[in-house]
Design a binder for this molecule. Structure first.
Ligand SMILES: NC(=O)c1ccc[n+]([C@@H]2O[C@H](COP(=O)([O-])OP(=O)(O)OC[C@H]3O[C@@H](n4cnc5c(N)ncnc54)[C@H](OP(=O)(O)O)[C@@H]3O)[C@@H](O)[C@H]2O)c1
Length: 302
């Protein structure tokens, strides 16, 4: 079937990755269906070019209804808590995706997973993405798990620290991680949604280079024009900060557990290859997006 006739459903069209997926599909000539909680938040430039279905991904019936007749699905587990637990929250979302894939016989599902999901248990919130991978594996004729590296956009979560010149982390400062622009993951997802394939596949999305936090601080210093140094902080310091911000214990452990579970002895299942390497350098992203954010210049669509 020509892709113009396919029903392609995209979740989180306002997210870092999902917004890019929608943009690419439209540019390719497709008319995706977007599932979103608040249609008013859709990029105004996309109105009239997509079919909008209002719904919450935590509502299984809404997900099944939105994906009726779908050929392809881009699924993101949005942040969610069940009894305060983000792993259970992701698992609930994943169960809704799996039910929709099964009931609607969706041929191809592209799931936004993470490096570390291969560990299955012991990587904090990522355990919930691993559960989603497994649930999709049970029901999907075609599923690709895009195991993304560490998003550049995580840097936007501590603008005050960066303004003070400190990049604080619980990761060892000399441990290389696959830093990736989420828009590049969107590119890979869109390519998958527009092509034919079947079976279970895993594709990591690693960005252009593995970087240590020390290297990231050096790159940022140049790109944003202010000195930044990396500083290792303890898990307990993070716990205290999150507790002070009002987060519950399961939520805190979900966050702390991601680095704690992957920083020692973890060997990623998926090696960096030409298939996993994507183009955008951290320096270019930081200059274009982080610098204005630090200067308090309004946010734009990435
Ligand atoms: N950060 C990382 O380093 C990293 C690495 C690998 C994988 N991941 C995974 O990437 C995913 C996040 O992707 P992202 O950064 O592109 O997202 P994001 O920018 O954080 O945006 C979250 C999206 O979820 C939507 N959303 C939230 N709750 C929803 C609900 N109940 N129903 C429907 N939509 C809902 C939001 O829509 P509204 O407009 O309604 O708010 C928004 O579009 C997570 O699953 C995370 O585990 C992250």
């Amino acid at each position: 079937m020509a892709f113009e006739q396919r029903k392609i459903v995209v979740t989180t069209p306002t997210g870092h990755v999902g917004s890019r997926v929608v943009r690419l599909l439209v540019q390719a000539g497709a008319r995706p269906t977007v599932l979103m909680r608040d249609p008013a938040r859709l990029d105004a430039a996309l109105r009239g070019l997509v079919d909008v279905v209002q719904g919450d991904q935590g509502d299984a019936d809404a997900v099944v209804a939105a994906t009726l007749g779908a050929d392809s699905l881009f699924w993101v587990d949005p942040p969610a808590l069940v009894d305060g637990d983000p792993v259970a929250g992701y698992a609930l979302m994943g169960a809704n995706a799996a039910r929709a894939v099964k009931e609607n016989g969706i041929a191809r599902t592209v799931f936004l997973s993470s490096v570390g999901a291969e560990k299955r248990v012991g990587a904090g919130e990522i355990d919930g993405l691993a559960r989603t991978e497994r649930m999709l594996d049970e029901v999907a004729a075609g599923v690709v798990h895009l195991r993304g590296g560490y998003f550049f956009t995580n840097l936007l979560m501590d603008l005050d620290g960066l303004r003070a010149g400190v990049l604080a982390t619980t990761w060892p400062l000399d441990l290389p991680l696959a830093w990736v622009d989420p828009r590049d993951i969107g590119d890979v997802a869109a390519a998958r949604l527009l092509s034919d394939w079947s079976g279970r596949q895993v594709q990591a999305v690693h960005g252009p280079a593995d970087l240590t936090f020390a290297q990231v601080a050096e790159i940022l210093s140049v790109a944003i024009g202010r000195p930044v140094r990396a500083e290792r902080i303890s898990d307990d310091t993070v716990r205290d900060g999150l507790r002070a911000a009002g987060l519950g214990e399961a939520h805190i452990e979900g966050i702390v557990g991601m680095a704690a579970g992957l920083r020692e002895g973890f060997v990623a299942e998926d090696a960096r290859t030409v298939l996993t390497t994507t183009p955008t350098p951290l320096a270019a992203w930081a200059h274009a997006w982080l610098r204005p954010a630090l200067d308090g210049v309004g946010s734009q669509t990435m």
